[in-house]
Design a protein around this ligand. Sequence first.
Ligand code: HEC
Ligand code: HEC
Length: 303
Amino acid sequence: MADFVSEFWHWFIIVLTVGGLLAMFPLIILNRGDKPGGDPQTTDHTWDEDLQEYNNPLPGWWLNMFYITLVFSFAYLLLYPGLGRFPGFLGWTSLGQYEAERQAAEEKFGPLFNQYAAEDLKVLARNEEAMKTGERLYANYCAVCHGSDARGARGFPNLRDGDWLYGGAPEQIKTSILDGRNGAMPGWQAALGGEKGVFAVTEFVLSLSDREHNAQAAAEGKAKFQQLCVGCHGPEGKGNQALGAPNLTNRTWLYGGSQKTVMESIANGRQGRMPPHREFLGEDKVHLLAAYVYSLAAELEHE
Ligand code: HEC
Ligand code: HEC
């Protein structure tokens, strides 16, 4: 039930609603006019010289509808929540309805997900019917972060480009979704002795993907890179999927590849977080989602 911060609002709503409805009765009775029959009265308004306005009583069908809506309002407010904290005699809540619908859907589709869960991920990824369901699940649970086309956004990896932080084998994708992932890249501003050091390493990182760079600074940066970065990004900067350390030698960037953004990544570090879905969605649905995500990248191989 709604949590009102004070008793006042609870009663405020009740008095206003019930009072308003009750006030309708005298209002309508006073205004309904006389029963039909007898000479029509006029309102004394005359337009265009002889056009008069009659003051006929309100039509019976209209009045009755009005009474019915008033009675309906009272019945509704007795049965459903609407009057302050009063829950209504039916005990209905939107949360309860959602739960009931969710449970019904679970009973209906649960066996289907269960059946898919028994299939090999690569086989499932070629099952068109299953992939349609996977697409809907994706739209519901993943698109907010990875984009409706799964091409990601800054800080949220593209799931179609075949470039994987944590690996693109079906089981690795499933692990990413089930247990989540935490990218942990510390900030290096201090260890690199400030901006100048960060600049030098940045120039070296840019050189890894054959980008324009300051050769002298890059040479300085290389030594630092070998000392501080290879532990995670690998001796050649090709990354490490066990740690989610990105490949720095290609032109795919998680956070952006401009000189300024790369400097920012290195100076301050980055902590991307993929939430776990094991509890939230259950293993069967995650299995289907893993097959779907795998199918997206597999699509790329055919292009
Ligand atoms: C402890 C392991 C670790 C070390 C050491 C490390 N990194 Fe990283 N780095 C990561 C991880 C993990 C990410 C991805 C962070 C995320 O997913 O949010 C990352 C991300 C980056 C990015 C952003 C890449 C992109 O695609 O946007 C750059 C640039 C980078 N690191 C450069 C460096 C440099 C230069 C050093 C050495 C000064 C370094 N890293 C040291 C783990 C590390
Ligand atoms: C709250 C935002 C968020 C949601 C929701 C989310 N993800 Fe992620 N996901 C991320 C981030 C951020 C990363 C990268 C983590 C990192 O930087 O280390 C990621 C990483 C991944 C990876 C690993 C990518 C790689 O390159 O290895 C996969 C696979 C993935 N997500 C799939 C999914 C699927 C499927 C769903 C829906 C069930 C989903 N994600 C929902 C934010 C999200």
